[in-house]
Write a protein that binds this ligand. Structure first.
Ligand SMILES: Nc1ncnc2c1ncn2[C@@H]1O[C@H](COP(=O)(O)OP(=O)(O)OP(=O)(O)O)[C@@H](O)[C@H]1O
Length: 263
């Protein structure tokens, strides 16, 4: 396996595009979440091939790239899910080794993934979904505070979670994550299939979450909306970082956007 990693790293050095030069600088800066040279694979294929970036406390990082660039795989690696397997590299969360943790330990340490399919639990009301999330300690926001953040959920507290609209289910998924004491929120395509007005509401809540010092890594196909919200942006291409810099820089760089984001 180490030969495969070695070859992947050599390829990395040969093929790394110019836009990635900022990534090397970022890797040495002190940060809250520090991802260094991670390699993860499914079966025989390395999908995440030497990804490094840093995120600071309370920052919103847009993790962007074309279809199949490795965004979801990177989020899953950060959440310490078994698949893809992390074989090389380090992930530090506030001076702790995240790369040696299980997904359960990572969640207890405060790194929680809200997956694209939202995973609302059938047969449970909105409130029961939130109560269930609070069984897993350490407990985060109170349920009343979550209803303040998402008034639509408060109005539907006795409704079965799976009967909510797509946007409301997305809000419930985010609320469930906050019901735990989280430090890093990993969001996989939260705007998928939602009306712009609902995306507006979710963005407002992400601003409130940011003000509480929670770090968000946002994977999103709607690159422009993600960039308008984010402080910083990392762009992946074939499992490698090709840009690491400010979100504004990407909004201002049409050539970069067209090449790697097709917008
Ligand atoms: N469970 C799996 N087994 C094997 N290959 C996988 C698995 N999941 C993803 N892949 C492959 O890994 C590559 C990266 O997938 P990933 O979902 O991380 O990309 P992405 O950037 O999130 O793409 P998208 O924007 O389309 O969701 C793709 O080529 C995909 O086919």
């Amino acid at each position: 396996m180490s030969d495969v990693v070695g070859e992947a790293r050599q390829r990395d050095q040969r093929e790394r595009p110019d836009f990635s030069k900022n990534a090397n600088m970022a890797a040495t800066a002190p940060a809250f979440l520090s991802v260094h040279d991670i390699h993860s694979y499914y079966g025989e294929s390395y999908i995440v091939q030497g990804v490094s970036f840093n995120v600071h406390e309370g920052e919103i990082l847009a993790l962007l790239g074309r279809n199949g660039a490795g965004k979801t795989s990177t989020l899953r690696t950060l959440a310490r899910l078994d698949s893809p397997s992390l074989t090389y590299g380090e992930i530090w969360l506030d001076h702790r080794h995240l790369h040696t943790m299980s997904s359960h330990e990572a969640a207890v340490a405060g790194v929680v993934l809200v997956p694209e399919d939202r995973r609302i639990i059938p047969g449970l009301t909105v409130e029961e979904n939130l109560q269930l999330a609070q069984i897993a300690e350490p407990i985060g926001w109170s349920i009343e505070r979550l209803y303040d953040l998402f008034p639509r959920l408060g109005e539907r507290r006795v409704q079965e979670g799976v009967t909510l609209s797509g946007g409301e289910q997305q809000m419930l998924s985010i609320a469930r994550a906050l019901a735990r004491d989280i430090k890093v929120l990993l969001l996989d395509e939260p705007y998928e299939g939602l009306a712009p007005v609902i995306v507006d509401e979710i963005e407002k809540t992400l601003e409130v979450i940011k003000q509480q010092g929670i770090t968000t890594i946002l994977v999103e196909q709607n690159a422009i909306r993600a960039l308008e919200l984010a402080d910083r942006c990392v762009i992946l291409d074939t499992g490698k970082v090709v840009f690491d810099g400010s979100a504004k820089e990407v909004l201002d760089n049409k050539e970069l956007r067209e090449e790697y984001l097709a917008v």
